[in-house]
Design a protein around this ligand. Structure first.
Ligand SMILES: Nc1ncnc2c1ncn2[C@@H]1O[C@H](COP(=O)(O)OP(=O)(O)OP(=O)(O)O)[C@@H](O)[C@H]1O
Length: 273
């Protein structure tokens, strides 16, 4: 039987006369936890944004289970974005709304527009949203305004909102870049938890090689818009990292914290399929 898969075939994106990403060819089987690493400007965000079509590819094809998602339009594209949830460094919550309503926004495509406008959310959706919050230990703050929360709490709300979309893929664009070490760990654990518990494929852009080693099954290294490394984290030696990061290698390799073993280790899925 053919396994479920996200496929990028020679995908690229040009802005003006510059290619932000070029020739990206990847096959990501369902359930994998993939880290995307590389120096600033390497094309990591553009790669993720093309997958859920926030940015359209200028070249190549993106397929999910054989269906070309790079060709979807209208309602089908909206359904794809539901299947392929995304979280961001800046959380993208609606600050003046309470936490529960923010999470319920993840159900927008599941309820008629008038019900969501009048906040007449079906009770099963409210229960789903509460249960998502409780999973991330933030059920107690369901009634608080989103802009009153810490960064780590806000990112967990964003993950809960993504989860109630019932996605098959979660794209996380530098989800911990603005968090302190304790919140970083909590948020990475939350993302890792939904990957392992529900088999949701995760693709996450990370600046920290420690986190990449600790959580990911597979690392995709990008440099100047190209995929230049694609393997299990153990294959990312310091020499490879130096090639990937060039002059910035000192910053990522001299991180003060030791490479603590994270929950991802010991569960490596072969990177190539
Ligand atoms: N909307 C845009 N318009 C023009 N150029 C863009 C746009 N988005 C990205 N780029 C350019 O594409 C290249 C890749 O950017 P991208 O944000 O994908 O890199 P990145 O690896 O995610 O970087 P960072 O880690 O700093 O976020 C950069 O040169 C960037 O300036």
């Amino acid at each position: 039987m053919r396994c479920s898969m996200l496929e990028l075939q020679d995908v690229g994106r040009r802005f003006g006369d510059r290619w932000a990403v070029t020739g990206a060819t990847l096959r990501v089987p369902d359930g994998q936890f993939v880290g995307v690493i590389g120096r600033s400007g390497a094309g990591k965000s553009t790669l993720l944004r093309m997958i859920n079509r926030l940015v359209d590819p200028s070249a190549g094809r993106i397929l999910h289970n054989g269906r070309e998602v790079s060709a979807l339009r209208g309602a089908e594209l909206r359904r794809w974005r539901q299947t392929c949830a995304m979280i961001f460094q800046q959380f993208n919550l609606i600050g003046r709304l309470d936490v529960l309503t923010n999470v319920l926004m993840g159900r927008l495509n599941h309820v008629p527009l008038h019900r969501s406008l009048l906040r007449l959310w079906p009770s099963q959706d409210r229960a789903l949203a509460f249960s998502a919050l409780e999973q991330f230990d933030i059920g107690a703050i369901a009634a608080q305004r989103a802009d009153s929360l810490s960064g780590g709490q806000q990112q967990r709300v964003a993950i809960a909102r993504a989860l109630v979309q019932e996605p098959r893929i979660l794209l996380a664009d530098e989800p911990v870049a603005s968090l302190d070490p304790r919140n970083t760990r909590t948020v990475m654990d939350a993302i890792h938890g939904i990957n392992r518990r529900y088999g949701i494929t995760v693709m996450v852009n990370l600046h920290s090689l420690d986190l990449a080693h600790a959580y990911c099954d597979r690392l995709i290294g990008m440099a100047a818009g190209r995929v230049v490394f694609d393997d299990v984290p153990a294959a990312l030696t310091d020499d490879v990292a130096r090639t990937l990061y060039g002059l910035e290698a000192g910053e990522v390799l001299d991180a003060p914290q030791a490479r603590a073993p994270g929950p991802g280790l010991g569960h490596a899925i072969p990177a190539t399929v």
